[in-house]
Design a protein around this ligand. Structure first.
Ligand code: ACO
Length: 328
């Protein structure tokens, strides 16, 4: 292992205690457990408490990752938080996370790339550490989607959940090597998945709230059609430019939005579902947090072996897409 290589040194995750089942949702909107399971693969999701903002979930995931990496908070040079549901618009959620961790010097900033936030963050952390000024980074993806969900809209409210996943990334770490990341986006399709109000184009007003413009709107069917193709393109691109084949993949960790999308991606890469990690049934779609939560669960369960080739791939609002290869 080259001393300049960049590796994932620790993983951690946190999901809130409250479980919202499909049966619970049947009491809230015109839906059924059967529809949700068949069309999405989701059985239940976690919902954060009112006094549990993103920074609170993020700090719990971060502490767990720091512990598993054997890194103290003050050793962090960079703190990146991937989220679009930070505690407040200003300051960055990463600064609130930094304060909770007790770190007083790291450069801390947020990344807004929706479901691709973790892999976008991995690319940024990888390149910062490659550059030579920074040695240790914390990357957390955390989302409180319940705070931007319209609980009367059955098209979206059955899909989302809350939670946080984290990794500590170190220069010169002997394993968990980040081989490559690829990120892409197409802003012309921004309106397919967005929160219309709350930004400078449409600040929160009584009218915006009356029109429920502060909530996530998604053209699910259109997003679905694009998701599989772009995820496959991203995964194939990263494999090809690093001289790997789909048969080299030990584990696929796809973004957890819909089991039908995950199955189609696995089929496209010729991978049996036994090589694909799925936790969507338990957590729903936690946006950027789905992949690091999955990675941490796999790590804690001892599923990842030294030398395993792990492919992570995501697709989401932006529209964005991304893939990353890590040699565990
Ligand atoms: N319960 C019962 N019926 C429902 C529900 C529900 N919860 N939701 C929708 N339906 C109905 C619709 O009204 C529609 O009825 P109609 O035919 O009478 O009009 C019917 O079910 C089919 O609706 P579709 O939208 O075509 O359903 P589809 O099979 O596409 O599934 C879903 C919808 C689950 C949203 C799917 O399209 C999907 O997963 N899309 C991709 C999501 C995604 O990947 N997002 C990106 C990441 S998210 C992020 O970045 C934050």
């Amino acid at each position: 292992m080259h001393k300049l290589e960049i590796g994932i040194a620790g993983t951690g995750y946190y999901v809130p205690a409250k479980v919202l089942t499909n049966a619970d949702l049947e009491q809230m909107v015109d839906t059924s457990d059967e529809w949700i399971r068949e069309r999405t693969g989701i059985r239940e999701r976690r919902i954060a408490a009112p006094d549990e903002p993103v920074s609170e979930m993020a700090v719990r995931a971060a502490r767990s990752a720091l512990l598993s990496a054997g890194v103290r908070p003050e050793e962090l040079d960079v703190i990146i938080l991937a989220t679009f549901t930070a505690d407040r618009p200003l300051p960055a959620g990463a600064c609130l996370l930094q304060e909770k961790l007790g770190n007083t010097r790291a450069g801390s900033f947020d990344i807004s790339a929706a479901c691709c936030g973790f892999i976008y963050g991995l690319e940024v952390a990888h390149k910062l550490l490659t550059g030579g000024r920074y040695r240790t980074a914390l990357l957390v993806a955390a989302e409180k989607l319940s705070s931007v969900t319209d609980w009367e809209d059955r098209n979206t409210c059955v899909l989302f959940g809350d939670g946080a996943g984290a990794v500590v990334i170190k220069k010169g770490h002997p394993h968990g090597r980040i081989i490559d990341c690829y990120i892409g986006s197409d802003g012309s399709k921004a309106d397919l998945l967005s929160i219309p109000a709350g930004g400078s184009a449409r600040p929160i007003t009584h009218r915006a709230i009356d029109e429920k413009q502060q909530f996530v709107k998604m053209a699910g069917r259109e997003v679905f059609k694009l998701a599989v193709n772009e995820m496959l393109n991203a995964a194939r691109m990263v494999l090809k430019r690093n001289n790997y084949d789909t048969s080299d993949i030990s584990w696929l960790i796809p973004h957890q939005a819909n089991l039908r999308i995950i199955r189609a991606a696995a089929r496209g890469l010729n991978l049996p579902m036994g090589k694909v990690f799925v936790n969507l049934d338990r957590y729903g779609n936690i946006s950027g947090a789905t992949i690091p939560v999955a990675l941490a669960e796999m790590d804690q369960a001892g599923l990842l072996k030294r030398g395993d080739l792990v492919m992570m791939v995501a697709f989401g609002g932006g529209l964005t897409w991304s893939a990353s290869l890590v040699e565990w």
